[in-house]
Design a protein around this ligand. Sequence first.
Ligand SMILES: [Fe+2]
Length: 617
Amino acid sequence: MKVLGLSFGFHDSAAALLIDGRIVAAGQEERFTRIKHDAGFPHRAIEFCLKQAGISITEVDRTVYYENALKKFDRIVWASTVREQQKSAGGLRGKALALWNAATKPDGVPPYLKSVTHSWFKLNKFDAVGRISNELAVSRWKVAYVDHHDSHLAAAFYTSPFYQAAIVTMDGVGEYETAVIAVGRGSEIERKLAINLPHSIGLFYSAFTAFLGFEVNDGEYKVMGMAAFGQPKYYDEVRRLITLRDDGGFEIEQSCFEFLTPFELPYTKEFLRRFGEPREPEADFAVQRSDLPEDLTDIEAARVLSSSRHYADLAASVQLCTEELVLHLVAKASAIAGTRNVCLAGGVALNSLANGRLIREGGYNLFVHPAAGDAGNAIGAAASYYHRAAKQPRMQALASPYLGSPLDTAEIEAAVATSGFDAVRTYSSDEALVDHVAGLLADGAVIGWVQGQAEWGPRALGARSILADPTNPAMKRIVNERVKFRELFRPFAPAVTAEAASHYFDFETNFTAGAPEYYMLAVHPVRAEMKGVVPAITHADGSARVQIVTAASNPTFHGLLRAFERRKGVPILMNTSFNLRGEPIVDSPRDAIRTFSISGIDYLVLGQTVVASRVEL
Ligand SMILES: [Fe+2]
């Protein structure tokens, strides 16, 4: 049976193809269109999935959308009119009136509903099934949909290695739901508890993300990065906003947030009264004078240092409270399910600091779907339909995150031939390649590394990565200046051979395929005695977002780590995503050449071909 899962319309569109219980391909639209967080119909991702399987759309048995569009619109109308409903007409009549007003008298309705309704009518978002049927020229009967958190639950559980597990999904909001606790057993998922709007841990985190000057649905990682520079001095004030219920649920104090109708800002005047002025986007950030330009006056420098400390303390407080809430939800879910196997999905599952604590302090056997956000719901929608509607036996667990575009030799040759770079050398074996590249890395080069199929999910895992020497304390600055141009408070992550991981990092190694460390989704402490050995990947608080690599999970990358160890004594590389700031991760050889040519990367490795930027090979 062939099931195509689609996620599109809001952010991070994606497609995934499931054939007879095996994920054959999965790709995010942004990689193909080069538009970050592309929300459009995923034509290119669908085309890629079908091509990988060698089939046409007519051979697909069912195409499944990742949420219930009408229920979502119902929530938007409900949210926009909730105050009006309290005052006068309630229930269906209130909603119908509001919708009618939005469509016919746009001046008389709340601005949020007006703007949202306009886009919904324009794109016919109400009828996702009809839109898919039209775009793909397939019968409506071959298109289905599943609820948003059912997609997350399926992505979390069915792709995990567990027969039985507790499942927790957490995000901003789906239709109405923002978090769900369920129990998975074989092909069955049984829901136990759902949290609905306005209570949302995802929106709570995003509100602080916006307050701290970052883009919502993109800058949440930056809050995590900034938290390492602060102390949770505002813990009490932030914690007061959250009530943890005995049944595993939670509530968020609403006076501070604008979750229902976030037309402009997701927080209120009351929030500002409690937490002060929001941080300016792109404002300078520094925790020591030496990080600031020398021409800054002492008064100006003192102001930057003081405000940086204040916002870092707030980020640390928000992060700590979020971790507590996640630990609370997971503890309850684990108790209900009677197992320490835990599966997570939803955007909040990308909180790698919380995941690290679940592993170290909770002792859970954790599985996090590598594309835990809404892109992952392309797999989730297909998997949910496959098991729950089509009643098929349990699908195969996710064997690898390398589900994206393959690396085509002809494309490499064509891209290199037209690149204008003439220092090019192609190796005949992986052994010779990794030995040469390890030498370049050991000599201080920054390498663009493109191998095999692209990664599924937001992290670069050694298929579309930028690599550098982690033992060089200046390397973080070098990579930032040459290619990433990102905020100095953001850490760079390490890739390490699985065999050596516990020697450098303080966590219990669980080498079961599918552990979050395979997907760079858990932060762990760097061992005290190793912080000085790998300074470029040790964050301000002594932690690192570790990726473990085995000879089975990624043989070429593992070979490179071993070759680097022979040169420098450390089987670790700095591994960051291969993209310029604000752009999606590169996908094709052409994308890689383009990024290479306008950045300060020293060498580009495309399969077994090495291209030099300035110097001889
Ligand atoms: Fe979601």
